[in-house]
Design a protein around this ligand. Structure first.
Ligand SMILES: Nc1ncnc2c1ncn2[C@@H]1O[C@H](COP(=O)(O)OP(=O)(O)OP(=O)(O)O)[C@@H](O)[C@H]1O
Ligand SMILES: Nc1ccn([C@@H]2O[C@H](COP(=O)(O)O)[C@@H](O)[C@H]2O)c(=O)n1
Length: 230
């Protein structure tokens, strides 16, 4: 049993820069703990996809905001059944395309977009039926869920992040990927702070850790703050 109220899911908030392992580590932590998993970056990516698919310029903030009216976004919180839909289209793979990564910061910097999506995130968190939910992004520890009992900044060195990401992408050098990651972090940092831990946020640096060690480190932080009592 968890020490917090059984009716309110425990929120584990995880932020970090691009490629720091937020999605993969959070999903595995959620799976092992029997918690839900919410990837908030997927919403910004799906909106960027929707904006482009609608023929709207991602730099045109007013048109991006207008396109929220037709943004029929769905994502579940089952870590074993991760899928992202816009209307009837399964965009799970399409939103990971480097072309979307290159433009997503343009829609994410629009204040009305953030307000709209943060409402969606909070409603998903409140509706979670499992005993907890791992929510990952850039502003979860500071804006979306600043009162979460567990708040973690997941980091790794820029070189390690670039190497891990380029290993996933066929035909992309670590140098090219590193450059794209750096540009995205630079753009995103103008809107939200995620390069250093806010007060009360625990840093987990995975630079010297493999995937399982990182998952264990995150679960260790959760257990330390939310001890299992039976
Ligand atoms: N500690 C680790 N050791 C080795 N590989 C890792 C580790 N953590 C994550 N990875 C790998 O690094 C890659 C990037 O991880 P992931 O996509 O989860 O990062 P992210 O922070 O969600 O990225 P983005 O912000 O770009 O969406 C994946 O291939 C993942 O399996
Ligand atoms: N809480 C968040 C999460 C994401 N973003 C923006 O979305 C982009 C994609 O996020 P990934 O986690 O999938 O890399 C990210 O580059 C940000 O522009 C955000 O603003 N806030």
């Amino acid at each position: 049993m968890n020490v917090s109220s059984p009716d309110i899911p425990v929120v584990v908030a995880i932020d970090g820069p691009a490629g720091s392992g937020k999605s993969s580590v959070s999903k595995e932590v959620a799976r092992r703990m029997g918690y839900g998993f919410l990837d908030t970056g997927a919403a910004y990516r799906a909106l960027a996809w929707h904006v482009q698919a609608s023929g709207v310029d991602t730099d045109d903030a007013a048109s991006v905001v207008a396109s929220l009216a037709s943004f029929d976004y769905r994502i579940g919180t089952d870590p074993a059944g991760y899928a992202v839909h816009v209307g009837e289209v399964d965009v799970t793979t399409a939103i990971r395309d480097p072309e979307i990564s290159a433009v997503v910061s343009r829609v994410a910097r629009v204040p009305d977009v953030r307000t709209h999506l943060i409402e969606l995130f909070r409603s998903s968190m409140a509706g979670e039926a499992r005993p907890g939910i791992v929510v990952e992004g850039r502003d979860i520890t500071t804006v979306v869920a600043p009162d979460a009992p567990v708040r973690i900044l997941l980091t790794a060195s820029p070189e390690v992040r670039a190497a891990r990401r380029s290993a996933e992408l066929v035909g992309s050098s670590a140098e090219h990927v590193g450059d794209a990651i750096r540009k995205r972090d630079e753009a995103d940092s103008k809107v939200v702070e995620f390069m250093s831990a806010a007060e009360g946020v625990t840093t987990v640096d995975s630079t010297e850790l493999d995937f399982d060690q990182t998952v264990d480190a995150v679960i260790g932080v959760i257990r330390n703050i939310q001890p299992v009592t039976d």
